[in-house]
Design a protein around this ligand. Structure first.
Ligand SMILES: NC(=O)c1ccc[n+]([C@@H]2O[C@H](COP(=O)([O-])OP(=O)(O)OC[C@H]3O[C@@H](n4cnc5c(N)ncnc54)[C@H](OP(=O)(O)O)[C@@H]3O)[C@@H](O)[C@H]2O)c1
Length: 232
């Protein structure tokens, strides 16, 4: 399988790449802005599992031409994990319009851009599964928390986009789902909830993301799936 994971330099994305790389048939394309961390991940995948991953330094909010060029040798993409995300923790009254724009640029428009950039390769896959990494904060009935209005709003829009695209893509036989994660022990969680002790480990969530994206493309489509056992 040819698999793209965005936000691969740390946290959930990093562990998801490691998990995918255990299977030597997987050709993994790992994207983030931090080439040094990506190179370290590449070395680890190689040393631990003999898997030579392809790392790309790319800001998902940028123009996609450079990325398109980097991906020109891939005939098809089987799985796209839209994991890159940004969280700004500030009370609503302190959030600037720039904060809102930056958050939506990464969490929503960045995803839009990547999907548009690689869609022609996804439709060529018999498997064709796009997995958006959302948040419990983006689910309308879930509990909300102070300081996260821009983040939760952007993840809510991402969940809605997932449902819309499932409808648009159904004739292309492309599945798209949104996994709405609860607390996972990463840098982002420490920014949002410094006191939170009760969280998933990112290696466990990474296993779930790999299993879901591999095995459930035909059982789920257009679904907003909560992945949480605690609040937050
Ligand atoms: N941790 C949680 O509790 C939790 C809960 C719910 C949902 N989530 C979601 O899970 C995903 C991963 O979160 P995490 O906790 O692993 O976060 P993290 O540790 O902060 O990692 C975020 C990743 O996104 C990448 N990224 C951010 N902006 C980017 C940009 N403009 N272009 C390319 N890459 C960018 C970062 O890479 P660079 O900085 O190297 O570019 C990094 O690899 C996010 O979508 C997050 O919203 C997390």
């Amino acid at each position: 399988m040819n698999i793209i994971v965005t936000g691969a330099s740390r946290g959930i994305g990093y562990d998801t790449v490691l998990e995918f790389s255990k299977n030597n048939k997987n050709k993994i394309i790992a994207i983030s802005r931090d080439m040094a961390r990506l190179e370290e991940l590449k070395q680890r995948c190689n040393e631990n599992y003999g898997n030579e991953i392809h790392v790309i330094s790319h800001d998902i909010t940028d123009d996609q031409n450079k990325l398109k060029n980097e991906l020109k040798d891939y005939e098809n993409i089987d799985i796209l994990i839209n994991n890159a995300g940004l969280l700004i923790n500030k009370p609503f009254l302190d959030l600037s319009i720039e904060d809102w724009q930056e958050t939506f640029n990464v969490n929503l428009f960045g995803v839009v851009k990547i999907i548009q950039c690689v869609f022609d390769k996804i439709v060529k896959s018999k498997y064709a599964h796009i997995v958006n990494i959302g948040s419990m904060g983006g689910i309308s009935i879930a509990q909300k928390f102070e300081g996260l209005s821009a983040y939760s709003g952007s993840k809510s829009a991402l969940a809605n986009l997932t449902e819309c695209l499932a409808e648009e893509f159904k004739d292309y036989k492309v599945s798209i789902n949104c996994l709405c994660l609860g607390a996972v022990d990463t840098e982002m969680l420490r920014l949002a909830f410094p006191e939170c002790k009760d969280s998933f480990q990112s290696v466990d969530i990474a296993k779930f993301i790999c299993d879901f994206s591999f095995n459930y493309a035909r059982l789920f489509n257009g679904k907003i799936i909560p992945v949480s056992s605690t609040t937050p």
